[in-house]
Design a protein around this ligand. Structure first.
Ligand SMILES: Cc1cc2nc3c(=O)[nH]c(=O)nc-3n(C[C@H](O)[C@H](O)[C@H](O)COP(=O)(O)O)c2cc1C
Length: 173
């Protein structure tokens, strides 16, 4: 027996990322993203689907840059905060206590508490449903040295189908 499902349900669990955008000197923002994947090795390209009405979509369109920050599992409540609040209303760096750091080549900040970073320049923007797909070329990629050398192990943040997330109330510890 088979039954109809919402197609997305069986694509989860997905990894969670924190995408940063904007300009560290002026206004920057953090958005939680799971619709984010590599789409080419040569050149190195990452695709992120970003809701068209979000503050992040506007900032990425304005600057044509973003950073994919890789968060460890411990940041999960902060990831959810960034996924449930808009930079139009709040300063997510201030509210979560996450620390902005200058990136190497782009104006968007990186997040100190994350463990790996992909700085991207937008090469293409494609309208898809209610989101816009940003194809970013990875111009810098770096990570916590201890992690790269295998001296440290971490668990990455990932999570369930959003309806389970949306059903839970979360607080920043
Ligand atoms: C775990 C998680 C994953 C998410 N993944 C995405 C995603 O891939 N793309 C997207 O547009 N929104 C995603 N969201 C929702 C956005 O993070 C949310 O709309 C956010 O409030 C937008 O913030 P902004 O207006 O500051 O850009 C996700 C939310 C959560 C909690």
């Amino acid at each position: 027996m088979r039954t109809d499902v919402e197609y997305l349900e069986f694509m989860w669990p997905m990894r969670h990322f924190l995408l940063t955008c904007g300009d560290i000197e002026r206004k920057s923002n953090i958005i939680a993203v799971s619709f984010c994947m590599p789409v080419s090795k040569e050149p190195p390209l990452i695709a992120c689907a970003i809701g068209r009405g979000t503050y992040s979509c506007k900032l990425i369109e304005d600057t044509e840059e973003f950073v994919v920050n890789v968060p460890p599992k411990e940041l999960k409540s902060k990831i959810y905060y960034c996924g449930f609040h808009s930079g139009y209303q709040v300063d997510k760096f201030k509210e979560t206590g996450l620390t902005p750091q200058p990136a190497r080549k782009v104006k968007a900040p990186t997040i100190e508490e994350c463990v790996a970073y992909m700085e991207c320049k937008v090469r293409q923007e494609i309208e898809t449903g209610e989101k816009n797909l940003f194809i970013g070329e990875v111009i810098e990629a770096y990570a916590d040295e201890a992690l790269v050398k295998g001296e440290k192990n971490i668990e990455y943040a990932k999570g369930d189908f959003p309806k389970k997330i949306y059903a839970t109330r979360f607080k920043i510890p």
